[in-house]
Design a protein around this ligand. Structure first.
Ligand code: ADP
Ligand code: MG
Length: 361
């Protein structure tokens, strides 16, 4: 296996007795787009700040191409960071802001000016070089912040929720630009975001963190189709999660017992499961249907309608079982209309045995 571009080995950060990051292990390949997600306070920014050299690790190693860089100062790490508040200098022009990183590296004036102009052009800011920062829009400022980092030609760019201050329309536009830049430059992006759509549309690898640890790291498809822990399934949303016990496993079929009844499951994913074992059964909202009548399908649960949420042409129908399990069913707008369901109405939800995803505890 080729050497990882960046490796985190048992990386830790504590503030007094509080643990912000706990034994992080992660290998990042060169030229990939990595998205880091997780609830507020789970240690995403702390991890990024340790990579940038803005924060000292309390334990573990940060390796850059196999070399330990924990003790390198910020300016020798070549891993600049862009964040929401940008930290542009208001008293400098656009070009002076971009030149700043080069000045710190001792690059001469003429060379600085030339390189800054090249990057401003690449980011569509060629005509704004002599303006003040306060004469730019939010999106333009974001590009200046990017140019200021990229002008030093780093091999890694760290981004901490860079688009969260932009309005929705601009944010979507910048997502496209960032992804294009990353592909063209071939540099590694480590991108912290709280937006599922940003992470899943841009990243090669999505990392889900919780309480200072990594719950799962994988391709967007892997995380979406095969969440490794109940936390990941819940964090992504849109899935129903049943706590179950394995009853039997035979003839390619797994039988699970839960407070909501007995469920059948494709046994292909059951290797290693034994009767009596506790598992979580995860079923995505797009895999559950409303059954016309009871006795129709294999996995049926009686529910009451507790709400609905319109998402474009789709509706997320929220249901609750007698045992209190929350179920989400995704329906087409027109199917929802023909079902004509009121809050409190009784319905039967069901799914195919091969559609349930099992997470062993
Ligand atoms: P995230 O970026 O995922 O929201 P952070 O990395 O900012 O989370 O914070 C992780 C944890 O570390 C939080 O509990 C936060 O309160 C704590 N923390 C972060 N910075 C400091 C600090 N300078 N001093 C004390 N605690 C901190
Ligand atoms: Mg943060």
């Amino acid at each position: 296996m080729s050497q990882a571009h960046i490796s985190l080995k048992n990386l830790r950060k504590t503030y007094g007795p509080a643990v912000a990051v706990e034994n992080l292990n992660l290998d990042i390949e060169e030229g990939k787009f990595i998205a880091i997600m997780g609830p507020s306070g789970c240690g995403k920014s702390t991890m990024l700040r340790m990579l940038a050299g803005l924060e000292e690790a309390s334990g573990g190693d940060i390796l850059h191409q196999g070399r330990r860089i924990n003790d390198l100062p910020i300016w020798e790490r070549e891993m600049p960071m862009v964040w929401q508040s940008l930290a542009l200098f208001p008293f400098l022009t656009v070009r002076e802001n971009v030149e700043f990183g080069l000045r710190m590296n001792g690059v001469g004036a003429a060379e600085r000016k030339h390189r800054a102009q090249v990057w401003l052009k690449k980011l569509g800011l060629g005509e704004y070089a002599d303006r003040g920062i306060d004469q730019l829009s939010g999106g333009q400022r974001q590009r200046v912040a990017l140019a200021r980092c990229l002008v030093t030609e780093p091999s890694v760019l760290l981004l901490d929720e860079p688009l969260s201050a932009l309005d929705a329309h601009l944010s979507v536009q910048m997502q496209g630009e960032l992804k294009r830049l990353q592909r063209e430059l071939g540099i590694t992006f480590i991108y912290v975001t709280h937006s599922h759509s940003e992470a899943f549309s841009m990243a090669d690898t999505v990392v889900i963190m919780n309480k200072g640890r990594i719950e799962q790291a994988g391709s967007p498809e892997d995380i979406y189709l095969r969440p490794a822990t109940p936390f990941v399934a819940e964090f992504l949303g849109g899935s129903s999660i049943f706590g179950c016990t394995v009853r039997t496993r035979k003839n390619g079929e797994l039988v699970l017992e839960s407070a909501d009844g007995t469920f059948k499951c494709d046994a292909a994913q059951s290797s290693g499961l034994t009767p009596g074992q506790n598992v979580s059964l995860v079923v995505r909202a797009d895999q559950i249907s409303i059954t016309p009548a009871a006795g129709w399908a294999d996995n049926e649960v009686s529910c009451r309608v507790i709400g609905e949420e319109f998402v474009g042409a789709l509706v997320n129908l929220r249901l609750e079982t007698g045992a209190g399990t929350q179920i989400t069913v995704q329906l087409q707008q027109r199917d929802m209309q023909s079902l004509d369901l009121e809050t409190g109405a009784g319905v039967t939800a069901s799914w195919h045995p091969e559609d349930g995803h099992i997470i062993a505890e």
